[in-house]
Design a protein around this ligand. Structure first.
Ligand SMILES: *[C@@H]1O[C@H](CO)[C@@H](O)[C@H](O)[C@H]1NC(C)=O
Ligand SMILES: *[C@@H]1O[C@H](CO)[C@@H](O)[C@H](O)[C@H]1NC(C)=O
Ligand SMILES: *[C@@H]1O[C@H](CO)[C@@H](O)[C@H](O)[C@H]1NC(C)=O
Ligand SMILES: *[C@@H]1O[C@H](CO)[C@@H](O)[C@H](O)[C@H]1NC(C)=O
Ligand SMILES: *[C@@H]1O[C@H](CO)[C@@H](O)[C@H](O)[C@H]1NC(C)=O
Ligand SMILES: *[C@@H]1O[C@H](CO)[C@@H](O)[C@H](O)[C@H]1NC(C)=O
Ligand SMILES: *[C@@H]1O[C@H](CO)[C@@H](O)[C@H](O)[C@H]1NC(C)=O
Ligand SMILES: *[C@@H]1O[C@H](CO)[C@@H](O)[C@H](O)[C@H]1NC(C)=O
Ligand SMILES: *[C@@H]1O[C@H](CO)[C@@H](O)[C@H](O)[C@H]1NC(C)=O
Ligand SMILES: *[C@@H]1O[C@H](CO)[C@@H](O)[C@H](O)[C@H]1NC(C)=O
Ligand SMILES: *[C@@H]1O[C@H](CO)[C@@H](O)[C@H](O)[C@H]1NC(C)=O
Ligand SMILES: *[C@@H]1O[C@H](CO)[C@@H](O)[C@H](O)[C@H]1NC(C)=O
Length: 640
């Protein structure tokens, strides 16, 4: 009997249980059918004839395990443009999650607000990435709503009490709209809010001290608004805060010391404001990421600021910090940016050598002195090393060759002497090498030509002598070669046909005829051979270099007739006594390209390549290297 009963239950649960319990109530089923009809979209197939169980429709979620009621509807990215279906959704009383993000909805109908407001179980509303316009509607009811995402819309106006009725609100996202007025602080009477995302609006005024009434806040993002004044000290009372982002506003005053009291704070960004005064000691104690760049902070870097155990990224660049770089450095550091300050003294060598994870080190545009420490060779993860525009002296240490992951090496505008070490050729990933404007001497080591990933080589403004490595044509990534203002001489070897941005051999000791191999550089935009002793005629193939926009031949010993160039080519032939102008002028042809003021083709390719190089590294580094590139480019144009 027992065995029979067991068998009975066994087969019952297998064969009948799903059939009986996996059915939606007929009411919900009809609503879902009605909903499917009202949607009018082609790319979701909610078809009761093809799939009789709406719980199995794409984007529909039912309660488990019984599947007896719909709890989730996700209609993300299905090209919805009419909001008419929205009130219908509110007939599903069991609904917990509604995601209509990434569509073309223009409004939230009042019928939706009144009907869905009654659904106590509704926890999440996602209207992000739509085209909602007008002002924020008043939310009445919605007693269970925890997540409200209205980001990436076209909402405007000030915010007052519209959201104050949301007693359960834990996460509010209003970023990327056009909201104005002051930072809203009426965000749910019960103050259970945890995440407040207001970035990229037009909020203005001060940070209201009322905000600290929301004791459960873990995330505040006020970035890219027009918030001014100083940050209230009381912010330190938000003892659960993990992320505080105040970037790109008009905030001033000092960075509040009270932040050091928040033990949970892991990320603090206050970059691009007008903060001044000294950096308070201890604020990085618990942090992983600190960004205070682009402010007017002064004084020296607190000795303990860079040492906390968990600290991974620090950006203090573009401030007015002085004194030396603290010797205590966290071994977790991945990125350290201290550029464009007034830091002096030497690099804390011993500490740097321990930074095995350091990937980006940017100390440019300070007044740092001493040697480029050989210990940098121990920073095996380095991908970017920028020590440009300082007062580093001595020679380039051969230990740099150990940096096998290095992609960008910028040491320009220092006081470096001695020869370029042959070990430089070991940095096989190098794509940008800039050691211009130093006092390096000796010849260019032929081994540099093995740097097959090098895009940009800038050795300009040194005392380099001897000839250009014969094998240079094999550098098949090279797009820019700057060798101007050295003492180079001898034969000019065949150049890489990849050269596009510029070939600059100006102000050296080259002589003889302009080499015919230049005819192969059909992608080259700028060629500068000025201030040498080139003689003979200007080759006619220059006229066939279709990408050429600037040809600088001034101050040589060229002779004969100047060939004709299209009107889009800037040609400077001054200072060549033997040159004569052509006897008759041809009508100017029209430029094959549109206005050159825009970014040239080569630049775009170059930027794309650099972008690819840094895809892993995040965009800050990219932005910085591009900025650097632009500056170099500007400088070069000025030099011309
Ligand atoms: C409930 O629906 C899900 C799909 O939404 C399905 O994977 C599951 O098997 C269903 N459960 C029952 C008991 O029907
Ligand atoms: C579904 O639509 C029909 C006709 O349009 C209507 O009569 C019915 O009340 C609707 N049912 C639900 C549950 O919305
Ligand atoms: C359905 O969408 C098409 C275009 O996708 C539109 O022309 C038509 O008017 C819409 N119908 C309804 C009832 O909204
Ligand atoms: C829906 O269709 C639009 C174009 O009609 C398309 O861009 C989008 O990728 C589709 N969405 C999904 C989820 O397939
Ligand atoms: C809303 O949807 C967007 C895009 O689909 C997604 O990135 C975002 O995380 C969602 N918001 C919430 C609160 O789930
Ligand atoms: C955004 O809203 C403004 C009015 O507030 C309107 O002029 C503008 O056309 C809207 N933009 C879009 C893309 O709908
Ligand atoms: C809006 O912010 C919330 C809270 O930080 C987040 O969960 C959500 O993913 C954000 N939405 C988008 C579209 O990024
Ligand atoms: C904060 O969260 C806790 C639990 O996470 C909750 O008990 C409390 O009511 C919330 N609100 C405030 C204001 O502390
Ligand atoms: C920033 O604040 C200063 C005063 O602190 C004010 O003079 C200036 O106009 C503000 N700038 C912007 C863009 O609002
Ligand atoms: C940090 O917290 C302690 C104890 O709560 C308090 O006495 C002190 O004033 C706080 N420090 C700052 C700078 O707010
Ligand atoms: C740093 O600058 C401050 C003023 O901002 C000045 O008082 C101090 O003497 C400077 N310290 C050093 C080491 O130059
Ligand atoms: C160098 O730093 C100074 C401030 O110390 C700044 O004004 C200047 O713009 C910076 N130069 C470059 C090229 O970044």
């Amino acid at each position: 009997m027992a065995r029979y009963l067991f068998f009975f239950f066994f087969s019952f649960s297998f064969s009948f249980y799903p059939m009986i319990l996996s059915e939606l109530s007929s009411n919900q089923k009809t609503t879902m059918i009605n909903l499917s009809k009202s949607l009018n979209v082609t790319n979701i197939s909610w078809d009761i004839n093809k799939e009789p169980n709406p719980c199995l429709w794409k984007g529909v979620g039912c309660n488990s395990p019984s599947n007896s009621s719909v709890i989730q509807i996700s209609l993300s990215w299905v090209s919805l443009s009419s909001s008419d279906f929205l009130p219908l959704v509110c007939q599903i009383e069991s609904l917990q999650i509604l995601d209509v993000s990434d569509n073309h909805l223009r409004k939230i109908p009042s019928g939706f607000l009144s009907d869905c407001g009654k659904l106590d179980g509704l926890r999440l509303l996602n209207f992000s990435y739509n085209n909602l316009g007008g002002s924020l509607p008043v939310f009445v009811g919605f007693a269970g709503l925890e997540f409200l995402d209205l980001s990436h819309n076209n909402l405007s106006g000030a915010i007052d009490l519209e959201l104050d009725g949301l007693v359960g609100l834990k996460s509010l996202n209003l970023s990327l709209n056009h909201f104005t007025g002051s930072v809203p602080t009426r965000l749910g009477k019960s103050k259970v809010l945890k995440e407040l995302q207001l970035s990229m609006n037009k909020f203005h005024g001060i940070i209201p001290v009322d905000i600290v009434g929301y004791r459960n806040l873990t995330l505040i993002d006020f970035s890219v608004n027009n918030i001014y004044g100083s940050v209230p000290d009381e912010i330190g009372e938000l003892s659960k805060l993990e992320v505080l982002i105040l970037s790109s506003n008009n905030l001033s005053g000092e960075i509040p010391q009270s932040l050091s009291n928040i033990t949970s704070l892991t990320r603090f960004a206050a970059n691009s404001n007008k903060f001044n005064g000294p950096i308070p000691a201890g604020i990085a104690k618990h942090l992983r990421n600190l960004d205070l760049s682009y402010n007017t902070l002064s004084g020296s870097i607190p000795s303990d600021l860079l040492s906390p155990l968990n600290l991974q990224t620090v950006d203090l660049s573009n401030n007015r910090l002085n004194g030396s770089i603290p010797a205590a450095l966290s071994q977790s550091l991945v990125r350290l940016r201290l550029g464009s300050n007034s830091l002096d003294d030497v690099i804390p060598t011993a500490a740097i050598a321990e930074l095995k994870r350091l990937t980006y080190l940017e100390l440019e545009n300070n007044t740092l002195t001493g040697l480029i420490s050989p210990e940098l060779g121990y920073c095996q993860s380095l991908a970017l090393l920028n020590l440009a525009q300082n007062q580093f002296s001595g020679s380039l240490p051969m230990e740099l060759g150990k940096l096998s992951h290095l992609q960008v090496l910028k040491l320009e505008l220092n006081l470096l002497t001695g020869q370029i070490p042959i070990q430089i050729a070991q940095m096989s990933k190098l794509s940008i090498l800039n050691i211009s404007w130093n006092s390096l001497n000796g010849s260019i080591p032929p081994s540099v030509t093995s740097l097959k990933n090098l895009i940009n080589m800038n050795l300009q403004g040194n005392n380099l002598s001897g000839s250009i490595p014969e094998n240079i044509g094999s550098m098949t990534s090279l797009m820019e070669l700057q060798l101007g203002e050295n003492q180079l001489s001898g034969d000019i070897p065949s150049m890489p046909i990849t050269l596009q941005i510029a070939l600059n051999l100006s102000s050296n000791l080259f002589e003889g005829h302009i080499p015919g191999t230049l005819a192969k550089l059909t992608g080259l935009e700028i060629l500068d051979l000025s201030n040498n002793k080139f003689s003979g005629e200007i080759p006619t193939f220059f006229g066939k270099l279709g990408a050429l926009t600037q040809l600088i031949l001034s101050n040589n010993q060229l002779s004969g007739e100047i060939p004709k160039f299209g009107s889009w080519v800037f040609v400077n032939t001054s200072g060549n006594e033997g040159l004569t102008n052509p006897s008759h002028t041809e009508p100017p042809r029209t430029s094959p390209k549109s206005e050159k003021a825009k970014m040239s083709c080569a630049e775009i390719i170059f930027l794309a390549v650099v972008a690819a190089v840094f895809a892993v590294g995040g965009f800050t580094i990219l932005a910085i290297s591009l900025l650097g590139y632009k500056l170099v480019k500007k400088k070069k144009l000025i030099a011309l």
